[in-house]
Design a protein. Structure first.
Length: 476
């Protein structure tokens, strides 16, 4: 892909208000996110100054509001996007999708946990106790980074049981620097090392209760059922490795929720995608989540018979990626060529352009009730040309471009799109401890079994260097 003839307008970097309001492609699907509304102006008032299309997401702003913490009704599924960009920015963290189903257990699932998403989980009033089942599509940092916070701070709140994680098996890519050597780069090895990397933190917090007395591992923890001694504490990690070569392999099948996996084609061998199917009172709701992937027939095969929500990655064109990240233009000669080449290499190895996503949707025998693009820097200037490209193949069917705090409420009748209205100043979501089990004795405790917060500190420092409250607080 060359740079010739690529001016700013051709790159989609500037989009006039007139072009935004007149562009016909967005309204073709009839979905709320795929409709760019006009601007309502009061009689006699001056028209509002058009907003900079690089700084606004009109599609998202016009969605009906959703209040975080709203209970999920039985029989419904709720999908919340809490990380939707390959590069974290204030409006969009890196990849993460939270799925809730309205069964008796109110089961919750996290798909990827990228950079910056925990604050958004808190803003959505999602508890740590609801963040105990994590499904990873691959082990890139922008899909795993906030696992550190989820893991380390969950036991101090209301996740007093293990963190369960599913992810791909080793890539089996040969190390070109050492022929015959294959890295142990699968999910099991990742979390064995992850556990030890965070040992200082987990020991430091273990003067607090981090487990329930008499806790029984859940049925999907088959190893824990056989030997629960290593599968009871909030600082335990139970990793299940999924063979990335398997098409339709079962990762999870409990309480009416079945999650299967299939290969994705992303950067190196070992990435996977997921399909969730939830059956409640004889009726099934379903979702496909691609994770990061090049265009492939794997996802077509898995979704062609119809799913309720089809979530697939989409990226801006290399020209836009290069211009936005570097600040360069084609007039900058060799520097621009270098930036563009890097962007093209990234897309070639890993990602799906908008036209390719349209083609994939076109190939499905049964259209999804809603198709959603994610992993995309979503502002008016990028959304408009992307939707146009998708619609060049996928002319019918509801289509949306996700951004953080977009909420989908799925039932048998329709898929409703909503915009969560959150506070930037919320504290941690209040814990909800189990009432049927007592808390276990903390690891670092006194003779009475009470957690001792001073046990791990240097006795000499405590005796001679710590400044007593008597000195700085006369009230004591």
């Amino acid at each position: 892909m060359g740079a010739s003839g690529a001016g700013k307008e051709g790159l989609g970097l500037t989009v006039s208000r007139r072009r935004l309001l007149a562009w016909p492609g967005v309204a073709a699907g009839g979905a709320a996110m795929a409709t760019l509304p006009g601007v309502a102006v009061a009689e006699g008032a001056r028209p509002a100054k058009p907003k900079d299309p690089t700084q606004v997401n009109t599609f998202f702003e016009r969605l009906k509001p959703f209040r975080p913490g709203t209970p999920l009704a039985p029989g419904k599924m709720r999908i919340t996007f809490l990380g939707t960009s390959p590069l974290p920015r204030l409006a969009q963290s890196s990849s993460s999708v939270f799925v809730e189903v309205g069964n008796k257990e109110r089961d919750c699932f996290i798909f990827d946990a990228g950079t910056g998403v925990v604050a958004k989980y808190m803003a959505m009033k999602i508890r740590y106790g609801q963040m105990d089942k994590v499904f990873l599509t691959h082990l890139h940092g922008d899909h795993t980074s906030d696992l550190t916070h989820i893991y380390c701070f969950g036991p101090a709140a209301d996740r007093k049981s293990p963190l369960y994680v599913w992810g791909p098996s080793p890539s089996q890519v040969e190390d070109p620097a050492e022929p015959g050597h294959y890295f142990d780069d699968g999910t099991t090895a990742y979390f064995e090392r992850f556990r030890e990397v965070h040992r200082w933190h987990t020991e430091a917090f273990s003067f607090l209760p981090t487990a329930y007395a008499g806790y029984t591992p859940p049925p999907f923890d088959t190893a824990g059922q056989e030997d629960p001694t290593g599968h009871t504490d909030g600082f335990d990690i139970v990793a299940t490795e999924l063979d990335w070569r398997t098409v339709g392999g079962v990762a999870y099948d409990y309480n009416g929720v079945k999650i299967t996996h299939f290969p994705a084609v992303h950067d190196r061998q070992g990435a996977i995608s997921y399909k969730l199917e939830w059956t409640y009172r004889g009726k099934t709701l379903s979702m496909v989540y691609s994770g990061d992937t090049k265009p492939s027939s794997y996802v077509i095969d898995q979704a062609t018979d119809g799913v309720d929500v089809f979530i697939h990655e989409m990226v801006v064109p290399p020209e836009v990626w290069a211009a936005k990240n570097s600040g360069l233009t084609p007039d900058d000669g060799a520097a621009w060529d270098q930036a563009l080449f890097a962007a093209e290499q990234i897309e070639t190895s890993s990602h799906t352009p908008a036209k390719a996503l349209g083609y994939i949707l076109h190939q499905l025998q049964t259209r999804p009730r809603l198709a959603v693009a994610t992993h995309f820097q979503a502002t008016d200037d990028t959304i408009v040309p992307a939707v146009r490209d998708v619609r060049s193949w996928y002319r019918r069917g509801d289509f949306a471009v996700a951004t953080d705090f977009m909420v989908l409420i799925v039932d048998q009748d329709k898929v409703r799109q909503r915009r969560a209205v959150v506070s930037e100043y919320d504290w941690q979501t209040p814990a909800q401890l189990r009432t049927d089990l007592a808390l276990a004795t903390p690891k670092y405790h006194d003779a009475d079994g009470v957690g001792d917060p001073l046990m791990q500190l240097d006795p000499e420092a405590l005796a001679t260097k710590v400044i007593s409250a008597d000195v700085y607080d006369p009230a004591t």
